[in-house]
Design a protein around this ligand. Sequence first.
Ligand code: ADP
Ligand code: MG
Length: 724
Amino acid sequence: MSGNSVRLQAIKDVEAYVPPAVSFAASEAPGEIFGENVFSTTVMQKRLPKSVYKSVLATIEGSAPLDPLVADAVASAMKDWALEKGATHYAHVFYPLTGLTAEKHDSFLDPVGDGTALAEFAGKTLVQGEPDASSFPNGGLRNTFEARGYTGWDVMSPAYVLENPNGNTLCIPTVFVSMTGEALDHKTPLLRSQSAMADHAERVLRLFGHSPSRVVSYCGPEQEYFLVDSHFYLARPDLLNAGRTLFGARPPKGQEFDDHYFGAIPARVLGFMMDTERELFKLGIPAKTRHNEVAPGQFEIAPMFERANVASDHQQLLMTTFKSVARKHGMECLFHEKPFDGVNGSGKHVNFSLGNATEGNLLLPGDTPHDNAQFLVFCAAVIRAVHKYGGLLRASVASASNDHRLGANEAPPAIISIFLGDQLADVFDQIAKGGATRSKEKGTMMIGVDSLPVLPTDPGDRNRTSPFAFTGNRFEFRAPGSLQTVAGPMVTINTIMAEALDFIATSLETALAAGTDFDEAVQDVLAGIIADHGAVIFNGNGYSEEWQVEAEQRGLKNLRTTVDALPELVSEDAMELFEKYQVFNHREMHSRYEIGLEQYVLSISVEANLTLEMGTTVILPAAVRYQTELAQNVAALKAAGVPADTSTLETVSGPIADLRAGLTALGAAIAHEADDDAMAHATYCRDSVLPVMAAVRAAADTLEGLVADDLWSLPTYQEMLYIL
Ligand code: ADP
Ligand code: MG
């Protein structure tokens, strides 16, 4: 079958495809199935002796380490429960620095001497595993002679049974550390950072007269994704191997396409959404699918917010579930940040708040001036944190794929600023003025003295161009990419919040010790923060050219690419910060920096090789065949004595020459000897490989608009985006 037939055949196959029927039995109503595969506290309460249950609950609530004696009892109950659910294996699930999810599976059955087997699952098996760590990135943290890594149950994140046609598995969410206890994963620092943030948030709450219960950070991730028919997906080596199209001309109508599209969701997509919801509900993931995205073929899902480490585990599980359910429906789910050039990309907005059982959401404006003073203090902490460590936030979402999205006019710019909304910004303005003059005269708002105006509880006018926006009761960090784990950004947010809350608590304690009145001390701290960090507040249009200029005047960083952003991780400030709050030691920071560069280089190298291969074996041959046809046509006309128009031939020959030159240059760029220094290598990829890939693509995309349709073998943007 010649190349062109692959595409035309795919179109026929898509047309003939009958999606699987989706139906829900009454027993599968959301209320019936929600959490049915989760070893939740409710299940534990039913199955564990009271004292054991209480002990586990204390661990979950963060006040006590897991008692080893208790672990045996929990393991035994968990095993019985899992066997009843048809599980044959158990797996420690962990989150290595590839950003993916890894699992080590073991059978419950242990052979006994007499040739039979016994279902065994001891406490120590539950709380600790030993997967071989040598195949996961470690950034120099582990020598191969000590290639062991250890997994340990994150008691706060419940175990669950994952169903699979080939057998069910009990999954235990775990941390993954080296023999020396250094983090090899995303979960370990997340737990450490939550604890640091909680300690200092509680100090602040005590100063406000509370006896707070454990403060936790919450995360509600909104996930955007594309669905593409499997037939097209399989006919695109770039989608298959790099997750994005490396070629493809924009459809004639461009980004907006037609608005009618959104009226109707294709039946199979609805079926997919119902199916994913059912699977997610069973796993206790509170999700509701939606379909309100900008691009055709693009959708969104936003689960209810949860404790950050649980939300992060659920987010990973959600992506895995989406991939597998999509395949069941003959589609591929794309999580890449920019699968289609010139079409809106996908992000993963991280909604963040902090709170606890006693004081509730600490980012919710209150009804009384006192409550509002507390709210403003927590808001001010965010302002300080984001201003002081904007570079780190940018670095936490840095990847080769997210570089395609940040800074384009669809996602927030690479400049990290805060949107507060006019009303809240005005409140802080007034505080700043009052603080500056120390005046209590009327008209200037003083915390706890005059009553504060009613603060916005409603997100009001949403500013979609801001990377860090206050949305009524939470901040929304919009820079994370759709492919990324939320753990990275959450670690950073928690840690920089710990620093800011530490600063605030210490300032207040010092002022109070010096005899300053509480309200005045709060006023001073707030005014000081606004004076020092107010530059990060920006309510205007983040996409505008003027903002780039203004941000620079304000001293805000504009770290355009991953290569610019990653060094933030190993700056003096950052290393000191993470060490102080015991989230990362210097070695761990260096390892993350190295891995970030490694992944960047890896990702661009894969794409460069694919570009070269597809350009050489798919696109150039199609173009040359067409050129030959045209040349033969000209020759035939001339032979027949008919005046031959050579303009089409010339039009095609230009970009063919460009393509050839581009491919030669790309081959040379790839062959260039790799630099030993990771930063130099990454910089080379950005400055000398990406531009050459772009040149190859430009020539190829021009040819797509010229070459006869029946010779073009790659499914087009229009086909992939519109046919579902
Ligand atoms: P929008 O599209 O307007 O940004 P969505 O409803 O799509 O809002 O998403 C809001 C996300 O924010 C959801 O995941 C939701 O659970 C989460 N969220 C709501 N309140 C909080 C909160 N207090 N803390 C963290 N996340 C929250
Ligand atoms: Mg949102």
